[in-house]
Structure formats: C-alpha cells, structure tokens
Design a protein around this ligand. Sequence first.
Ligand code: ATP
Length: 493
Amino acid sequence: MTVTMDTLVSLCKRRGFVFQSSEIYGGTGSCYDYGPLGVELKNNLKRLWWRDFVQNRPDMVGIDASILMHPMVWKASGHLENFTDPMVDCRECKLRFRADDVDTLAWTHYCEATKGNKFTIPAGEPCSHCGARRTLCPDCGKGELTPPRRFNLMFKTFMGPVEEEASVAYLRPETAQAMFVNFENVLQSMRLKLPFGIAQAGRSFRNEITPGNFIFRTREFEQMEIEYFVNPRDTVEGRPADEYWHDRWIADCMAWFRRYGLREENLRLREHDQSELSHYSKRTVDIDYRFPIGWSELMGIANRTDFDLKQHAKFSGKSLTYFDEERKEHIVPYVVEPASGVDRALLAFLADAYTEEEVRGEKRVVLRFHPELAPVKVAVLPLLKKRDEIVKAAHAIRATLAGEWRVVYDDTAAIGRLYRRQDEVGTPYCVTVDVQTVGDSDKGEVGDGKVTIRDRDSMGQARVPIEALTGVFRDLLSGGDWAKVASEFPAAK
Ligand code: ATP
C-alpha cells in the first residue's frame, strides 16, 4: 500500500517521532524537531550507516568537522557562484517558487468561462472549461510571476562582534567540503593508501526556496556523506578505477537501503543526463525512492573527478596530492561521493515500514521497521498492574534488558491496546509478565519464571524463561529467525 504524507505526519506527531519546530509560536518555516522516538530512530539510522560504511571497512575513516568553515572554502568549491536556484516571485501574494517547480504544482484558476469560478487544476493540465493554461501564480491564481532570478541557497552570518563584509561566514550547505579541506591532514595522520574514503555525518543548511513535503526538503537537515578517493591511473577489472568504484558504491548503497527494509519496487536508479550534471561531475546517479509525493531523490552518487582537490589547492596554495609509490609521481586523486540525507532516508524507512491490516475485524497499524532501526526494541508489559509481584518482575526485566537496548515499560492500558500502541511505533517484540510468571502467593503457587514474547509481524508468541531473554533478544535483534525461537520456546496453547 502507499501511505499518504498526511498519515505519516499525523502518526509522527501523535507518537513522538517528529514535531513542527517551535510549534507553540506558530512553527518555524520548514524546520522540524525529532521527538523521543524520532531521535532513537535517527540515531539508529546514523549508527548503522557508520557501522556498515566506516567501522566495518578497512578502507574508510571518519571525521566530524565544524559547520562554520573558512569563507574561501565556498569560493573554491564554486558554491558562492553556482549554488543558486532560479526563482520567481508572485507580484500579488509575494510567494516565491523555484522556476523549475512552477509547472509541477497544481494551480489555482479563476475561470472566465464559468463566471470567474475558482478551480484547482492538476499540475501541467489546462482548464477543462476554457482550455487556458497556467500563466499566473499557481497559488493565488491572480498575480503575475517575475522573470527568474538567481538566488544563493547558503545561509550567511557574521563571525565575531562586527557585522561587516570581512566577517561574513556561511553555514555549510553540505558536509563534503570538510573532507577535501582535511584531505592532507587525514592522509598524513592515518598513513592511508589509495583507494580510501572519508565519511562524515552532520548538519547542513540550505535556504531552500520551496522547502516542504515534511522532512523531505528542509532548511536545516543532516547529511551522511562519503568522499572515496581513488587513483585515476589505476584500473580495476580492466576499467578506470574511478568508474569501477562509482559503480561499486551505487550497488553498495542500493544494497544498504534494501537490507534495512526499503522494498525493491520502491527503489530505482536515475542517471543524470549531460545537461543536468553539476559543474564538477563526470557522472551522477541518483537513488530515487517512491515517496508518498512520488519518485524523488533519496541520495546521489557522483564522480566528482579531481575538481575539488584541485580547486582547494589553487585557492589555498597548498599541495593536495598523493604520492603514487609505484609510478613515483604525485597525482591528484579522483573522488566518488555517495551523498545521502538522514532525514530523507528516515522518511523513506518510515513510509516503507507503514502497513495497515485487518486483524479480527479491526484495523491494525504496524511500522514494520527492521529491528536494528526500530526506535524501541522491546516493550515490557504487565498483564495485571494491580499485582505487585507482576509489576516488580516487569520493571526488573526492563532494567536488565535496558543495559543493551532501548526498552520501555508500559502499564497504562489493557494488553490488547498496549500491543497495538507498540505495533504502531514499530517495536519488534513485547514481553508480557503474567500470573503464571510470578505464581499466586495467596494460593501458595510458585511461578514458572517464564514470560511471553510476542512478535510484532506475525503476532505469534513464545514462552521464554526470564534468564534466557537477553540471549534470545541478542539473536532476534541482530536478524535471528523468529520461527526458530517460537519452536524452541513454544507458547502454551
Ligand atoms: P535536491 O535535488 O532534492 O535538492 P540535491 O541534489 O541538491 O537534492 P545533494 O546536494 O546531492 O542534494 O545532497 C545529498 C543529499 O542530501 C540528498 O540526496 C538528500 O538526501 C539530502 N538533502 C539535500 N537537500 C536537502 C534538504 N533541503 N532537506 C533534506 N535533505 C536534503
């Protein structure tokens, strides 16, 4: 099923994933705050990316650079001159649009042929009454649009106490430049050999003209970027090293998104044609995802050649080269850049995980997150909150498991309701403590020391001794098979 953006936005707010920033003051344009579950999900996503692309690889290292960089960085990189979008303004309502976006929006039309009645017409289509096509502002339907003007997307600020031209600084619009600027530092300190990559995850800022679609396009966002340096003289499997590694990174990134749950049918590759290529790029391929707003870029993987290192060498006067031992010469490495957005990836994982199904005549909403992404891994639920022993045992189990994972305790509703709440936020497993676990001391019964684990996806159950829980969850939460656990620890019929 395809979930609508409205459904996701409302779920995110209701269940503490994402809130409008400064909402009590009416909100800040296109800025969002991650709530208690959102921050867990986001941290998991970044941790997995780091683990799989940095920690596990011998050819990768990371950095964490400052957001404010020397203004010359942006001159050298071309951002001061080229990081612009053509925009048009409505002369009536003053709304601003990206020039290349205007015809992708539904438009408002006051139709002469129907006594000036107001219609909203789908993007790119003519009015079905008078045949007119859009010429005015798509939003108010009345104002003329100005000719396109170039608008730089970088946020400008001032360093230090004096607001003058000499102290202008910019919030970085991408994390990538820090990897180029630190190339020599990293190379020397880590004694690296080509090919190798430098990764960074962190905030970027773009004064987008038309932000929107929830966290898809915001003005403050997080990126996870890699600059993978290769020797352009080398060949791998008979191909130039930069071309070989470009394809390898495209395949590895696709595999990564699939591994954590994005479905094949919602992913596609899109090759940039020549006219669309950035000024530095030899070839760029986007991984597109079928978002609720339609197919759009999830991440981009560009072959940036030696453009950036050469530019920074030119502007800084420092040599940014690599000594090729074999050929006994200094070369400027080429670089392949897999650049993704944390927020956009999070939106894709949310959309893909969202499922509605009918269970015994009732609607069940489930976020089928991969267990390693799920914000909460286990919820511990007492079957009866009036029984002290049950509550005590449940708290103790939560405390033990919380040493390894994010685990919550909840006793604020009946069990059926508690399960549904956990399903809706994607918690893969619930643990229920009942009378059988602790025994009924009034009747002189001792408990069996076992609890019920309930699996989110199949809703199946297993009955597991408390002391085995940690081991079972270590297995399940790292991709272990539920069917195996269910057959090893069968639940009573
Ligand atoms: P778009 O064409 O959507 O503006 P872009 O091609 O300018 O994106 P890049 O500069 O390649 O984007 O940035 C790499 C990644 O950073 C994007 O694929 C996206 O995931 C993320 N990203 C870029 N701009 C934004 C934004 N305004 N809000 C959220 N994520 C963003």
